[in-house]
Structure formats: structure tokens, C-alpha cells
Design a protein around this ligand. Structure first.
Ligand code: UGA
Length: 431
């Protein structure tokens, strides 16, 4: 099929590269000319495992190309995915300017049947607005359909999530649109849930909100574990084996971050507010998440006593492993709190060290975990990169001023750490 993807961010690029890999002819367009110029030269603006290679492979097979003209996208493709950003506004609502702009431009230039598919995470009823916008601005009267096909990719495992989805959600208003999307995704051999557009839009927000709820739930449990001397990992395992609950997204830590959960929760709460429902459950989820950093700071204080003038090594900046994304990273909140307490910080992250220099002025960015540990009073592990799971702790112990490890992601075994002579502090591990 001939497909265009408007918006070459995480979602757009991964979707474009994967649909090309499935044998389609894909044009990815973006209004950022520097980005498209880079993509044409093989410069990928984000770090996502496997993406660079997948793009190169499909460009060389002439199934994938990049451009900046929505006009071209509207003219050459039967299916147009909208994957532009929907950032949060100050009041928490999603800013849909980008979506409206793309819909208007498609309307001006399409000259035959088009299926316009929302891929970005959008508030329920955006599909109706997209349809209305296209009907209003359409130049050449022609038939079209709007559909919602939310993405469930996780950064760091986006390609595998695309190629092996648990389900594909397709929100449509016509059999024709349903059939086009069903045949597009047929090679993935995954369950396809066909719904109306509003249900599909809600499935996306409800799914992210539910996952965030699981995380805040286990973080709340972690506070009880610390008070009573239980281990949250054991509690999560015991709960998770119940198939109705499931073990995934029950990892206590610094709380969730990234470009999706915080933004989507704000948007969902404000959508509910607008229609007259106060979504108190999600407000609590958000509150517990915001508190989690202060909870970890208190743990650090409990062992260090005075933070002022102490050197603290922070391992990990990315909001999760296998990405270079620091948008809404929990690390940033913790770092600001430690700075406000007067700590001197040494930071290392495998992927975002150069970005860190811009994001965190005045903080010392180190070339490896050992340089960060040298002379520090405390080692704080913030992101669970594999590299940190395999640290040479005999070496770390020699480099630290005192053998203190605060494990914000519970990646180490407390007993083994203790045996090596460390004071170990986890999240919800009875300390
Ligand atoms: C999330 C969803 O998982 C995807 O399904 C969805 O498509 C995506 O948002 C989106 O809406 O675009 P992502 O934000 O990439 O994906 O990352 P996750 O793996 O979900 O992690 C989100 C945050 O939760 C991270 O900060 C992570 O460290 C934290 N987390 C996750 C926990 O603190 N505990 C857990 O058990 C799991």
C-alpha cells in the first residue's frame, strides 16, 4: 500500500519504518526541515534500538523515503497516518494545534479517496473534529474516512512492540476503513479489535492510565513495605502470579516519567473534568507519583544525615533504559532536589551524557560509572540500564568515600550487597 506518515517523532518513525518493512511504500513527512534533511542522510534524531538499521534497510530497498510536504503526502497515499505531537498545555489539556493543522492541509490537497488515521494519542472526540475539519476545508469533493489506530509502543522496545503487538485497535466508521486497516496489519498476525472511533481513542488513554495506576499502586505498597520490613519485590511477585493481576508494571521505584504517562494522565483528568467527572483515582495516581521522588530523597537523607556539601554519584538520567529520552525523567526531579539540598553531583548515563550537559548546567557529567563513583559519598542508581546491573562492585567500593548505594530501581540483591560491605537502600525493601 502507499502510506504517508505525518510527523517523524518516535511514533511516526517507528511506524513508518515498520510498515515499510512489511512491504508497503512509505513516505514520512515532517515540518522540521533540519530533521528531514538529516533523515535523508541517515541521521536518526532519536536513539531506539534497531531503528537506524531498519530505516537504512528500507530506504535502500526504496520502500521508505522522507520529505516535508503534506501536499505530496495527501496526493500520493491512500492511507495517511497523523503522528504529530500533542504536548500538554499549562492546564493539562492536550494541545491539538498540530493535528488540526495537518487535517486542514490534507483537506486542501487530497484528490481521491483517503483514509486519515489518528496515530498520536488524542483526547476522545478528536476523530470527530478531524472529520469536521476535513469536511470544512476540503477543496476537491471526494470521499474520505477517518479512523483511530492508537499505538502502544514503548520506547526502548518500540520495533518489537510494533511487530509483535498484544492487540491492534482499529476505531472506524465504515467497513471500507476497517478492511483497509485489517489488511494492512494482516502480516502481523495479531488480534485486531474493531471499535468505533471514540472507543479506540478511549482505549489508548484508559490503557496508559491503568498502567500508571499499577505503578503508583506498587509505589504506595513500597512505602508500607519500608515501614513494616517487607520486600516489595516479593509482594509484587506474589501478586503478579495471579493472572488477573499480572507481574508487569509492578516495579516500585522513582515513579513513572517520559513523554507519555505524565502527559496522558493530565490530559485524561482534564477530559474527564470537562465532561463533569472528577477522576479522583487518577488524581491520586498522579499525586503518589509526584511524591515518590521526595520519598526517595528522604531515604537518602536518612542515611547521609546532611546532604549539603556531600558528593553524590547519580547513575542514569534517561526516563528508562534503552532510550536517550529525558523528557519528564524522574531523574531530573531528584537531581534538582539534591542540588537544592546543596549536594555536588556527578552524573553518568550511557546514552544521554551529551544532552545532560545542556539539561543540567553546573552538574559534572562523567564518562563512565566508575568516574562518577570516584570520591562520592553515595551512589544513587536512577535508571536500570543493564550496564549498571553488571558493575564491578569491588572497584566501586574502593572508589566511593563510603560504601553506600541507593538503588532507586531495586536492581541489586540486598543480601549480596550487604555481604560485599555496602550499606544498601532500595525502594520498599524494608529500609
Ligand atoms: C508507554 C506505554 O507503556 C506504551 O504502551 C505506550 O504506547 C506509550 O507509553 C505511549 O503512550 O506512547 P513508554 O512511556 O515508552 O510507553 O514507557 P514504559 O515502559 O511504559 O515506562 C513508562 C514509565 O513508567 C518509565 O518511567 C518507567 O520507568 C516507569 N515504570 C514502568 C515503572 O516505574 N515501573 C514499572 O513497573 C514500569
Amino acid at each position: 500500500m502507499n502510506i504517508s506518515i505525518v510527523g517523524s517523532g518516535y511514533v511516526g518513525l517507528v511506524t513508518g519504518a515498520c510498515l515499510a518493512e512489511l512491504g508497503n511504500r512509505v513516505l514520512c513527512v515532517d515540518s522540521d526541515l533540519t530533521k528531514t534533511a538529516g533523515l535523508k542522510k541517515g541521521i536518526i534524531p532519536i536513539y531506539e534500538p534497531g531503528l537506524k538499521e531498519l530505516i537504512a534497510q528500507n530506504v535502500s530497498k526504496k520502500r521508505l523515503r522522507f520529505g516535508s510536504s503534506i501536499e505530496e503526502a495527501a496526493k500520493v497515499s491512500e492511507i495517511i497516518f497523523i503522528a504529530v505531537g500533542t504536548p500538554s498545555m499549562d492546564n493539562g489539556e492536550a494541545d491539538l494545534t498540530g493535528i488540526e493543522n495537518v487535517a486542514r492541509n490534507i483537506a486542501l490537497h487530497m484528490d481521491g479517496y483517503r483514509l486519515i488515521v489518528e496515530k498520536s494519542t488524542v483526547p476522545v472526540e478528536t476523530g470527530s473534529w478531524v472529520k469536521h475539519t476535513i469536511s470544512t476545508y476540503i477543496k476537491k469533493k471526494t470521499h474520505f474516512d477517518v479512523a483511530s489506530n492508537p499505538e502502544f509502543l514503548r520506547e526502548g522496545s518500540a520495533i518489537s512492540d510494533f511487530m509483535h503487538p498484544d492487540r491492534i485497535v482499529v476505531g472506524v466508521e465504515s467497513i471500507k476503513a476497517a478492511n483497509i486497516l485489517k489488511s494492512l496489519y494482516k502480516p502481523l498476525n495479531a488480534p485486531i479489535v474493531v471499535t468505533n472511533i471514540k472507543s479506540a481513542e478511549l482505549i489508548k488513554h484508559a490503557s496508559n492510565a491503568f498502567l500508571a495506576t499499577k505503578i503508583s499502586f506498587i509505589n504506595a505498597i513500597s512505602r508500607i513495605c519500608d515501614k513494616v520490613g517487607a520486600d516489595v519485590l516479593e509482594v509484587a511477585e506474589g501478586m503478579g502470579l495471579d493472572r488477573r493481576i499480572g507481574r508487569e508494571f509492578l516495579n516500585a521505584g522513582l515513579g513513572y516519567g517520559g513523554s507519555c504517562f505524565p502527559k496522558d494522565l493530565d490530559a485524561f483528568i482534564s477530559i474527564a473534568e470537562k465532561i463533569g467527572y472528577s477522576f479522583d483515582l487518577l488524581k491520586s495516581v498522579r499525586h503518589i507519583n509526584a511524591e515518590q521522588r521526595a520519598f526517595v530523597l528522604k531515604k537518602i537523607k536518612d542515611v547521609l544525615w546532611i546532604i549539603k556539601d556531600k558528593t553524590i554519584a547519580v547513575l542514569g538520567l534517561a526516563f528508562k533504559p534503552d532510550t536517550d529520552d529525558i523528557r519528564n525523567a524522574p531523574s531530573l526531579g531528584l537531581i534538582r532536589m539534591l542540588e537544592a539540598e546543596g549536594a555536588a553531583l556527578k552524573i553518568y548515563d550511557p546514552q544521554v551524557s551529551s544532552k545532560a550537559r545542556d539539561a543540567l548546567k553546573g552538574v559534572r557529567v562523567c564518562k563512565d560509572p566508575y568516574e562518577a563513583a570516584r570520591g562520592a559519598d553515595c551512589l544513587v542508581v536512577v535508571t536500570e540500564w543493564n550496564e549498571f546491573k553488571e558493575l564491578d562492585f569491588a572497584k566501586v567500593k574502593k572508589l566511593l568515600k563510603r560504601p553506600l548505594v541507593v538503588d532507586c530501581r531495586n536492581i541489586y540483591d540486598p543480601a549480596a550487597m550487604k555481604k560485599m560491605g555496602f550499606t544498601y537502600v532500595g525502594v520498599g525493601r524494608g529500609l
